[in-house]
Design a binder for this molecule. Sequence first.
Ligand code: GLA
Length: 377
Amino acid sequence: MTSATQVADLFTGEFGAPPDGVWSAPGRVNLIGEHTDYTGGLAMPFAINQRAWIAARPRTDGIVRAVAHGRGAASASLHEVSRGRPAGWLGYLAGAAWVVEGANGGGWDLALASDVPIGGGLSSSASITCAALLAMDDLSSSGHGRQELAGLAQRVEHEVIGIPCGIMDQTASLRCTRDHLLALDTRTLDVVQVPWRAEGLALLVTDTRAPHVLADGQYADRRRQCEEATVTLGIPQLRDATLAMIEEAGPLLTADQAACVRHVVSENGRVIAARTLLEQGRTDEIGPLLTASHASLRDDFRVTVPQLDVAAKAALDAGALGARMTGGGFGGSTLTLVRGEDLDAVRTAIDSAFADHGFGAPAHFVTSPADGAARNA
Ligand code: GLA
């Protein structure tokens, strides 16, 4: 269920009249620059074809009524919205209305459908919030800019869902453009559209379907370690750290904090290096940077799980140019850069490695940079 017509029909079936419009926002894959976006650092995500679709019409009684494809209908008053409430998918929709209109707003009728894999580390939640916010912004003629909407979507995560995420996912969903990577500086929120030139190459996403164990608590923990290290080092943001500072700080940083800093510093360096290669048309040379990013996320930032490590290693062993986890980690997906002729072998190698390890079968798709959020009807 992934088109403007289908989500409009879902709306009409539930609410008895057509919506005022349909909007959609994509999930994302991050090429490189992971766990840098809450430290003022650099990232390079792109939009994927899978999207969340929202059909919308305003109300006047302060209620958000919503129907989600495959999940039934639910409603909440804007006065009820608070941290953790309403729970589940309705939290993203009611949360979006609440950050835009406040507790005394008019409310909305909404239909939601999405084909972004849930729990795949591909921004299924940010895509829902961004599509809803774009719809509400358009219909209320609020005129927020795209980056302002990304900030509102981040507030939904922080204040309603309770996840202290960075700004990458929301910015990617709202500002990515087809055939480009989004070079994002999370300190200035400046973006540059970097053309994706990859003739003969393929980007394979593998959703490991590993359960997200302790994901939220661990994410918040890594973020806290970064913040503590920033204070200890006496710098404005971890973006400003250098490897020499870790040496100088010595025992003032715990071993875990030092490892987090090492990841952030080295990862920002890899984003710059990857961007330079991409701008020179040397896309086939970025593989080692992707692979090094994975190692850093595994060994220093400690956010991989065995399924992510096995998928990345199997891909490389089968001839991939580079492979890494993408997204927050603790489960989710890997991204593999592979020559077209090696694609089947890599996919098969990951499947057999999963079978050998007794993991459930992963889900693969080949992707390339797709359109950002838009009004569709
Ligand atoms: C999640 C968060 C993002 C970012 C990534 C890791 O996707 O929502 O803000 O921190 O993890 O790069």
